[in-house]
Design a protein around this ligand. Structure first.
Ligand code: CP
Length: 319
């Protein structure tokens, strides 16, 4: 089947979703990111790989981590960066998404980083732009958040290098989570043998087993002997109707506490894509505890996003 993310030679043209990408491309991104981790620690945090290129961040939905790390990543690659504040752009006067994109193309944009509440928005823009322009999905509805999935597996690989001998638990609101979908596709493509999802039935997609995961409704059983605990935010903004009794009840059954974490392996790492709801899905003592790698995830996001942008631009030599 034709993959809109790849060119006729099988090289990455857009990054829209992890689903359908071959293991070799995921490994290329992770290995390239490895070479960029040192750049952020230099006195001059820059390499010239995207010099002369223009990267446009267009975020139709709020973001702290993704937007900022994409902007930093592009600047560290020496690109010119425009971050359009959609709230104060002409979108508010009725301009369509494609008219906004066309106007930025008229300013010679080379790459778009797009976040939108509608699933498929980045695919829609990728179909519209010319062959020399690249589109990166920075999160579309509940569909996909590929760079988050990649930075999560990059973080796991850094702490647990033997990916073929891992048990990973993803806990919480899988139903509304684009992050969970991207993580599951990345982990299974990279050969992680056991991926568990832990959630109440109301927060799991139907047929979730078809994604290659094991399903647990009891958090204590699901956490037993896992190497990685990946917590998800309760996505209240995407819920229609009451799917849960109360936040307190949810925390009691599915909140990560020190007592529940003790069921995982003693050296298990705790992850969360952010933003966190402390006291809803995770206790502060765990979020800030010595097994937490939540802030390193954010740091690695810069190297992973540098890798994706440099691969799309066809220039990956870390200077
Ligand atoms: N993980 C993530 O997408 O965070 P932001 O919404 O802050 O970008």
């Amino acid at each position: 089947m034709n993959n809109p993310q790849l060119d006729k030679n099988g090289n990455l043209k857009h990054l829209l979703s992890i689903e359908g990408l071959p293991r070799a491309i995921l490994t290329q991104i992770l290995d390239t990111a490895e070479s960029f981790t040192g750049v952020s620690e230099r006195e001059v945090k820059k390499v010239p790989l995207l010099r002369g290129k223009t990267v446009c961040n267009i975020f139709f939905e709020n973001s702290t981590r993704t937007r900022t790390t994409f902007e930093l990543a592009a600047k560290r690659l020496s690109a010119d960066v425009v971050s359009l504040n959609v709230g104060t752009s002409s979108q508010s006067k009725g301009e369509t998404v494609l008219d906004t994109v066309d106007n930025l193309i008229a300013m010679h944009a080379d790459m778009f980083v797009v976040r939108h509440s509608q699933s498929g928005a980045a695919h829609f823009i990728a179909r519209h732009v010319g062959p020399h322009i690249h589109v990166i999905n920075a999160g579309d509805g509940r569909h996909s958040h590929p760079t988050q999935g990649l930075l999560d597996v990059f973080t796991i690989r850094r702490y647990k290098p033997d990916m073929h001998n891992l048990r990973v638990a993803i806990v919480g609101d899988v139903l509304h989570s684009r992050v969970a979908r991207s993580e599951i596709h990345a982990l299974t493509t990279l050969g992680v043998p056991e991926v568990r999802v832990i959630a109440p039935k109301t927060l799991l997609p139907t047929d979730v087993e078809k994604l290659g995961v094991q399903v647990y409704h009891d958090m204590r059983a699901g956490l037993k002997d896992v190497d990685v605990v990946m917590m998800l935010r309760l996505q209240n903004e995407r819920m229609s109707g009451a799917l849960l009794p109360s936040a307190q009840e949810y925390f009691k059954c599915y909140g990560l506490t020190q007592e529940k974490l003790a069921l995982a392996k003693p050296d298990a790492i705790v992850m969360h894509p952010g933003p966190m709801n402390r006291g809803v899905e995770i206790d502060s003592s765990v979020a800030d505890g010595n097994q937490s790698v939540i802030l390193p995830q954010v740091t690695y996001g810069i190297a992973v996003r540098m890798a994706v942008m440099s691969i799309l631009a066809g220039n990956t030599e870390a200077a």
